[in-house]
Ligand binder design. Structure first.
Ligand code: FDA
Length: 308
């Protein structure tokens, strides 16, 4: 891992920096490249604009690792409000949640009923909820909860990370549920004994998983979504899908708000399905540090905002 990448990942987990750095206006300004704003209204307006280009969206309210049940309850209530407002405005936005934002890391099971009620509400409104995958400490519990909920509800999908050695086995265990799976490379600092470190290997593994998912999508009812901005991988996945006779409209890519916008427009123009994940909220610091870690060149925009 490059030294800058390690510094950003370390910063994303540092409480003091999380408290201090967001107070600086030049950092607040720099983050606006990746989030439309801190409030829900900004996210909904962005979703409306993006939809006018034929692109669907997923909304995620930033925050993770809550320390008290009251915060978890607030986050859960916030998502209920999101679902209501999305439905009232006739938008097609899914939602995506981190389980530690709803209380997975707390010592009680109270949060589970919050999650269930959120999935129920999503289902009643005919919407869809994605479960993010967080650091490896939470992978077992996240998958276990997903298995439980997916056997009751069809409107729920899960994220898998190609940098983990275990992902192929997780994927095989999920297949009988015919789930929606968002495949990503993985954004956390993981030890060498559980995760691939070299970008080339993570990329190769992403492609292997993608090909497997494409074959299964043809054979069964699973719904794969390839969440990457990597142009080479996207071309390879498109080539593999075409070779299997999968129509472009059946191939879903997902990207983050503000990243490689030209490619986003091009994908839709070429006839592929695209969903943009829009993050918003005031707890953006750890998430933003992971975006900097993915591409340390983004530091340039932070510095630019400092000097102008
Ligand atoms: P890669 O890092 O190889 O970048 C390819 C190119 O994309 C770069 O050359 C650059 O042009 C552009 N790019 C990528 N990241 C950029 C950035 N931050 N700023 C500017 N340009 C950038 N992870 C996770 O662990 N759990 C999760 O639940 C999710 N969920 C998720 C949802 C969606 C919709 C997406 C797109 C991504 C995630 N991720 C995630 C993050 C994912 O694991 C990964 O860290 C990022 O997508 C970056 O990897 P790429 O595959 O895009 O390629």
């Amino acid at each position: 891992m490059g030294i800058l990448r390690s510094i950003f990942i370390w910063s994303s987990e540092n409480d003091r920096l999380t408290d201090l750095l967001p107070r600086y206006p030049f950092i607040r300004k720099a983050v606006l490249r990746f989030i439309p704003g801190e409030d829900l209204e900004s996210a909904l307006s962005a979703a409306e604009i993006i939809y006018s280009h034929g692109i669907h969206t997923v909304l995620t309210y930033l925050g993770e690792n809550v320390t008290q049940q009251v915060e978890a309850d607030q986050n859960s209530r916030h998502y209920h409000d999101v679902l209501k407002r999305v439905s009232e405005r006739g938008l097609t936005c899914h939602i995506s949640v981190k389980l530690t934002q709803l209380g997975l890391n707390l010592d009680t099971d109270l949060w589970l009923s919050n999650l269930r009620s959120l999935v129920e509400h999503t289902s009643k409104l005919g919407n869809f909820i994605w479960i993010d995958m967080e650091s490896s400490d939470y992978v077992d519990s996240t998958l276990e909860i997903f298995h439980r909920l997916r056997s009751e509800f069809s409107n729920i999908g899960i994220c898998l990370q190609s940098y983990l050695y275990r992902t192929f086995e997780d994927l095989e265990r999920l297949l009988p549920l015919s789930p929606a799976i968002r495949l990503v490379k993985g954004a956390y600092a993981e030890p060498r004994d559980i995760a691939y470190k070299k970008k080339k290997v993570v990329d190769e593994n992403f492609l292997k998983h993608a090909i497997y998912l494409l074959r299964e999508a043809q054979r069964t009812g699973i719904w794969p979504a390839f969440a990457t901005h990597d142009p080479k991988l996207i071309r390879q996945i498109q080539g593999e899908a075409a070779g299997m006779g999968i129509p472009k409209k059946a191939l879903e890519f997902q990207m983050l708000y503000g990243i490689r916008r030209d490619d986003q427009i091009r994908l839709v123009r070429d006839g592929y399905r695209l969903r943009i994940l829009i993050s918003y909220g005031s707890a953006w610091f750890p998430w933003y540090m992971r975006r900097l870690a993915e591409r340390p060149a983004n530091l340039f925009f932070v510095l630019k905002n400092f000097f102008i």
